[in-house]
Ligand binder design. Structure first.
Ligand code: NAP
Length: 397
């Protein structure tokens, strides 16, 4: 089948019945995971639409496979194809430690300006969790993907560049930075904060989440973290006032998003003690990194954690975990994080019925205690292989 490209018209994604969706297999366990993902998605789409809709997969090269086949880890054609098709999904890619090429994941996010990292954490009954009432966890983190300390503006202690910055700050700006300090800069801008918060509030409204929380460390870092909070409130007040109630100004109201903010350290205890009071969390890069991993741990760990990197129109879906190379080729890895990433992708293109089937099938399969090794060792059951688990899921679609 040839398929048609997804396009953007009047600021909206237009999805044909046979969209071409590029995928990157990924390294290590990536090929096993992506094989499972495509099988489950194809079956869910077939069940939901009875042949009227079908994804036409298009493989793109990246990582070790790209090096083997075309001699470079991230061919230009791959980036261009994602740009042209708007929506894509990828397996994990290995980043060589201490040399080699830089992170392909980071490169893809930057080249396509995928500024929102979206990480849902939802509990599926039967998954081992350290919480007493894990069923109360249903949150989605929107993490700013392009600035904050991750922007990589840093100088190494003792270098001439570091010394120059240190002198400037000490002599011109009245600071007192010692000679043996490395220096990092944390830019947080209004435009980038607001476009992230816009994605988060629109998601909360569209998916009926009761709460949006701006998470920040603004009590200490007033002009970066504090500004993130202020710019977030400003945008919501100006553009979304009809859809929200602000904490301190009214009660929670059915059909409206309750908007509040929390200081980052407090937020960590909130997700443990009162998870049911939170829904969508919008936050800066470093906070988002920490809180989304903490949330993943509450709902089954890395094997269960999906993610998406989204820009104005482009979106790249992926499991949060890495390539887990020690399990490569062993047919044991848990493909659920990849499958839930595909579920997010189906929601993103508006194929809700197929997404819901996947959601229900994951819930049912796990509640039947049919799980891969990572969950089996905590539940105390015999593990299924990746392919057995995939087949069990498909049976439950
Ligand atoms: P990792 O691949 O995520 O694996 C760490 C451990 O997490 C595994 O050994 C396994 O734990 C568990 N795990 C991960 N995925 C799982 C799954 N699907 N099912 C069950 N368990 C799973 O992290 P890493 O070993 O630090 O990184 C390996 C490579 O991946 C590195 O090159 C790293 O840079 C890269 N990476 C890529 C991405 C990405 O593509 N977005 C993200 C993170 C890391 P047990 O051994 O305890 O079972």
């Amino acid at each position: 089948m040839l398929g048609e490209k997804i396009r953007v018209e009047n600021g909206k994604l237009v999805v044909p019945d046979t969209p071409v969706i590029p995928f990157i297999e990924g390294d290590g366990t990536g090929p096993e995971i992506m094989a499972s993902v495509r099988k489950v998605v194809d079956a869910a789409v077939e069940k939901a639409y009875g042949g009227k809709r079908k994804i036409v997969w298009k493989e793109l090269l990246a990582g070790e496979k790209a090096i083997r086949e075309v001699g470079e880890p991230l061919p230009k054609d791959t980036v261009e194809a994602i740009r042209e098709h708007y929506v894509a999904i990828k397996g994990p890619l290995t980043t060589p430690v201490g040399g080699g090429y830089r992170s392909l994941n980071v490169a893809l996010r930057q080249m396509l300006d995928l500024y929102a990292n979206i990480r849902p954490a939802k509990y599926y009954p039967g998954v081992p969790s350290p919480l007493r009432y894990p069923e109360r966890v249903n949150m989605v983190v929107f993490r700013e993907n392009t600035e904050d300390v991750y922007a990589g503006i840093e100088w190494k202690m003792g270098t001439p560049e570091c010394e120059k910055v240190r002198r400037f700050l000490n002599e011109e700006m009245g600071t007192d930075i010692p000679e043996d300090a490395g220096i990092g800069v944390k830019p947080i801008s209004k435009f980038r904060s607001q476009r992230l918060v816009r994605k988060a509030i629109e998601y909360a409204i569209a998916h009926g989440y009761p709460t949006l929380t701006l998470m920040h460390k603004g009590n200490i870092m007033k002009y970066t973290e504090g500004a993130f909070r202020d710019w977030g409130y400003e945008l919501i007040r100006e553009k979304y006032a009809d859809y929200v109630v602000f904490e301190g100004e009214g009660e929670r109201t059915e059909g409206k998003v309750f908007v509040n903010d929390r200081i980052a350290d407090n937020m960590f205890q909130q997700i443990l003690l009162r998870p049911d009071e939170y829904g969508v969390i919008a936050t800066t890069n470093l906070n988002g990194d920490y809180i989304s991993d903490a949330l993943a741990a509450l709902v089954g760990g890395l094997g269960m954690a999906p993610g998406a990197n989204v820009g104005d129109y482009h979106a790249l879906f992926e499991p949060v975990h890495g390539s887990a190379p020690k399990y490569a080729g062993k047919n044991v890895i848990n493909p659920t994080a990849g499958i839930l990433a595909a579920k997010l992708m189906l929601e993103h293109i508006g194929w809700k019925e197929a997404a819901e089937r996947i959601d229900r099938a994951v819930a049912k399969t796990i509640s039947e205690r049919k799980v891969t090794y990572d969950l089996a060792r905590h539940i105390g059951v015999e593990p299924l292989s990746t392919t057995e688990y995939t087949d069990a899921l498909i049976e439950n679609l």
